[in-house]
Design a binder for this molecule. Structure first.
Ligand code: HC0
Ligand code: SF4
Length: 573
């Protein structure tokens, strides 16, 4: 420990920590902009400058290590002046569309300008000119709003191990973009949206598709159904001012019904179905000597990553479509038939915590119903925007139930939303199917939590099954490399593209740098998902009565002919 003085206060801080960390631990606030805990700690923006006694210039506190006897001032005239000038300069070359910006009232630059009391921008001069890149089905990039903080660059390379965006050119010409300023659509971007989640401003956002949904809802010819992903039931509330991780399942159903959807269904239903299909696929590969380890297929950012960077593993990926896509295929076949509706009139909307799901829905493989299986994918944020536009306040609504039959699910379906959840759900079912015995303890805690890579072993009729779970593509890389190099051997591996799994998806409510500092959003939302599971009357996919009925009435059996046609696909190199 070292002792230093910050604003007249004596503070003890661990050796190797920064002045910013020491100040925050003592409750002294230093504003930051480019800083993002553990991800982007580069001292680039200089908003966090402080005065160090004896030093000739102001220092960026986020990269300044503490030292014994240091005397720091975080709030002197020189410090305030410097911070203000920095932000004024940023604003002078910023496309100031605050009133119409997607991040209006939720922008770290806007908040900072307000906190620093900036009332005018004295440095109006030349402005950077860059076209908007909106060719990707998922991500829109507007470099004229970019403040060059590099948070997206670090997230893409450090969290995702993808590194398709970086600074191009120099000085005033600098632009954060793929190499040679190409479109994100033309490079090996996974469309995960992690860059959006860390962007402090509106330079990165999802491709908004709200208008298509308004149009469908207004069309009396269309039967518009909505499916809600597992993760959004613990995150949508954040957009309405509720505590992070608040469960809002019943209110969410009520809100979507009031928005005008003809049926409010649940992706958790097809998550349960995925377990039936994928569980049997695992058993078949184990018995018949198929390609192992089996890798999960539900996270489209991960699948795209595998296609670009590890094509040699494509045959390991489960042939199961994701729950979102199984839902679309069934909505326009099984459901349409059962409800007596012309499938061409069924319009399927998904609400997903994910930007890559927009891309997934548009893949050519995803049309087995005879139509595009899922018509529009909205992120959690877009769904909240629609509700707000309609004047629906989630908080004040009663709790309502999903519609039947595609709204019936178990706790196993719910935990898909957190890292380790697909694995746990699969183990609950596979264990009981193989052994014929009832599981005494349903909680496979070894695969839970935010550790980057988790491993476990399960005994099935005397045979040890080794499993692993990875979340965040940088961790996926590690696991795949270990398998490739013969350093690890598994039978089944769950890979989720986003840190924390879908609860941390690129379409989720934005968590600011300050909030990321205060708590681990992946952990808070993940725990909330496991609470949802705990409170469900049924917690094993194979016990879902609607899934059982689906097999009896329509599919026949897991991996049967109809399943193969509607619910499975192949990703080819
Ligand atoms: Fe997920 Fe999914 S769990 S990918 O993490 O499998 O996005 O929430 O909807 O499809 O169910 C996301 C979340 C889904 C799908 C499901 C899977
Ligand atoms: Fe990188 Fe994901 Fe953003 Fe693509 S979407 S640039 S892979 S962080």
């Amino acid at each position: 420990m070292v002792e230093l003085t910050i604003d007249g206060q004596k503070i003890k801080a661990p050796k190797g920590s920064t002045v910013l960390e020491a100040a925050r631990s003592a409750g002294i606030k230093i504003p930051t902009l480019c800083h993002l805990k553990d991800i982007n700690e580069i001292g680039a923006c200089r908003v966090c400058v402080v005065e160090v006694q004896g030093a000739r210039s102001l220092q960026a506190s986020c990269v300044l290590p503490v030292s014994e006897g240091m005397v720091i001032r975080t709030n002197s005239p020189a410090v305030r002046e410097s911070r203000k000038t920095t932000v004024e300069l940023l604003l002078s070359d910023h496309k100031r569309e605050c009133l119409t910006c997607v991040r209006n009232t939720n922008c770290e630059l806007q908040n900072l300008a307000e906190e620093l009391g900036i009332r005018d921008i004295p440095y109006e001069g030349e402005k950077s000119k860059h076209p908007i890149d909106d060719f990707s089905p998922s991500i829109v990039r507007d470099a004229e709003k970019c403040i060059l903080c590099r948070r997206c660059v670090s997230a893409c390379s450090k969290l995702q191990g993808v590194a398709v965006i970086s600074p191009n050119e120099r000085g005033f010409e600098t632009v954060i973009a793929p190499a040679f300023n190409q479109s994100l659509n033309d490079v090996a971007c996974t469309m995960c949206g992690q860059c959006i989640n860390v962007c402090p401003v509106g330079a990165l956002k999802e491709k908004e598709e709200i208008d298509k949904v308004w149009e469908a809802l207004a069309d009396p010819e269309k039967h518009v159904v909505v499916q809600t992903a597992p993760a959004i039931r613990v995150s949508l509330g954040e957009e309405f001012g509720l505590e992070m991780g608040s469960p809002v399942m019943g209110k969410m159903v009520a809100a979507l019904r009031r928005l005008g959807f003809d049926k409010v269904f649940d992706t958790d239903f097809t998550a349960d179905l995925t377990i039936m299909e994928e569980g049997h696929e695992l058993l078949e590969r184990l018995e018949k000597g198929g390609k192992l380890p089996l890798l999960t297929s539900c996270s489209p950012g991960w699948v795209k990553f595998c296609e670009h960077y590890y094509p040699e593993f494509l045959e390991n990926i489960s042939t199961c479509k994701s729950p979102q896509q199984m839902f679309g295929a069934l909505a326009k076949t099984y459901y349409a038939e059962k409800a007596g509706i012309d499938p061409s009139k069924v319009f399927v909307v998904s609400i997903m915590p994910c930007t890559a799901k927009k891309y997934e829905a548009q893949r050519p493989e995803m049309r087995d119903s005879g139509y595009q299986d899922v018509d529009v994918v909205l992120t959690t944020r877009e769904a909240a925007r629609m509700l707000k536009e309609a004047g629906i306040d989630l908080k004040t609504l009663p709790e309502e139930e999903f519609d039947e039959p595609l709204g019936i699910s178990t706790g196993a379906g719910a935990i898909f939303g957190a890292t380790g959840g697909v694995m746990e759900a699969a183990l609950r079912t596979v264990y009981e199917v193989v052994t014929g015995k009832e599981l005494e303890n349903l909680d496979f805690v070894e695969v839970r939590g935010v550790e980057g890579i988790k491993e476990s072993e399960v005994e099935l009729n005397g045979k040890k099954i080794k499993v692993a779970v990875a979340h965040g593509l940088a961790n996926a890389r590690k696991v795949l490399d270990m398998i490739k190099n013969g350093e690890a051997e598994y039978h089944f591996v769950e890979i989720m593209c986003c840190p924390g799994g879908c609860v941390g998806g690129g379409g989720q409510p934005i968590v600011t740098a300050q909030e990321r500092w205060e708590r681990d959003y992946r952990e808070v939302r993940g725990k909330a998902i496991y609470e949802v599971d705990k409170n469900m009357p049924l917690r094993k996919s194979h016990e879902n009565p609607a899934v059982k009925a689906l097999y009896e009435e329509f599919l026949g059996k897991p991996l049967g002919e109809k399943s193969h046609h509607l619910l499975h696909t192949h990703y080819t190199p």
